[in-house]
Design a protein around this ligand. Structure first.
Ligand SMILES: N[C@@H](CC=O)C(=O)O
Length: 303
């Protein structure tokens, strides 16, 4: 794993993969299977990994968190940046920082929670957690106006933000006043589009933000990396054709459940045995498995 302070200059260099977390039949983190996912991503050119929502870290125990950090530190290649996630509750995040300090990750992302929070309170939480960690944190904006632009501005002035994962879903991603206001107060070079391939062209081209995170990259890393390169070189026709390539799987994720479908898709694509998913989620049923297999067939990932 790449260690030392997180370098934002790396953000445009790789799609930020957001992988599922493989577990064995006893629900323990399966180091061998997770390593297969990491090797597969690295073989496709990916050099940035973000363990968060798709790994269901919302519900992880502190013991699991420790095991996860050890597994990631051991498994990721020397040029691969890994960002683990903490939270979503303030108290859990604070306890997790105690564990994080035993490892050499450059930053960590605070998972968002919509309940029992307000913008000024979230800002205080991020500021205090970053201070406790001694490093700026990744801010995950998943809900509209979760953190007001003036709070983002003041956190940036305090050096509390490493980068922003912007993941507010819009019917039309081109119409997004919140994102526009954020780019007015925070450097676009440190805002990453956080909803996969589908809105990435609009986010990068029209809002000038940098790179994108993706779950689908875990089944087809080379294609996703090619899409990033195509957007960066302004080959929008190529980027659009790759965006369409990912649609069969992404449409299933949107229609059923993004995390559960990805967890199964990585298994069905033959990347790794992902095993049982972390409770409070459940593995998909056989009917959904058949639909995922069909999508992977359309994407030429299985016969
Ligand atoms: N939510 C997106 C990007 C990751 O955060 C996905 O899973 O594709």
């Amino acid at each position: 794993m790449k260690t030392g302070p997180f370098n934002p200059a790396l953000l445009p260099e790789s799609v930020f993969a957001v992988p599922p977390l493989a577990r064995d039949s006893d629900y323990q983190i399966d180091a061998d299977e997770n390593e297969k996912i990491i090797r597969y991503l690295e073989a496709g050119g990916v050099r940035s990994l973000l363990y968060g929502g798709n790994a269901v870290l919302y519900h992880t125990s502190l013991a699991d968190f420790d095991n996860l950090l050890a597994m990631l530190s051991d498994s990721a290649g020397p040029d691969t940046t890994v960002v683990p996630s903490i939270g979503p509750s303030y108290g859990i995040a604070s306890d997790q920082i105690g564990i994080l300090q035993e490892f050499d990750f450059g930053t960590a992302m605070l998972l968002p929670s919509r309940d029992i929070v307000d913008s000024a309170g979230i800002a205080t939480g991020i500021r205090m957690l970053a201070e406790q960690y001694g490093k700026p944190l990744v801010v995950y904006l998943k809900h509209d106006r979760w953190l007001e632009p003036q709070d983002i501005q003041s956190l940036e002035a305090d050096g509390a933000i490493s980068w922003i994962k912007y993941a507010v879903v819009r019917e039309n991603p081109a119409e997004d006043n919140y994102l526009r206001e954020i780019t007015d107060v925070f450097p676009a070079e440190r805002i990453v589009s956080g909803i996969g391939e589908q809105p990435a062209i609009v986010h990068l081209r029209d809002f000038g933000i940098t790179g994108f995170t993706s779950g689908c990259v875990c089944v087809s890393p080379r294609k996703s990396m090619d899409m990033l390169g195509a957007i960066q070189s302004d080959d929008i026709e190529m980027a659009e054709s790759i965006r369409q390539y990912f649609r069969p799987l992404e449409d299933l994720r949107d229609g059923i459940h993004p995390i559960r479908v990805l967890h199964e898709a990585v298994r069905l694509a033959g990347v790794a045995e992902t095993g049982p998913i972390q409770p409070m989620l459940s593995n998909v049923c056989e009917e959904t498995q058949a639909k995922i297999r069909e999508a992977l067939k359309t994407m030429k990932l299985v016969d």
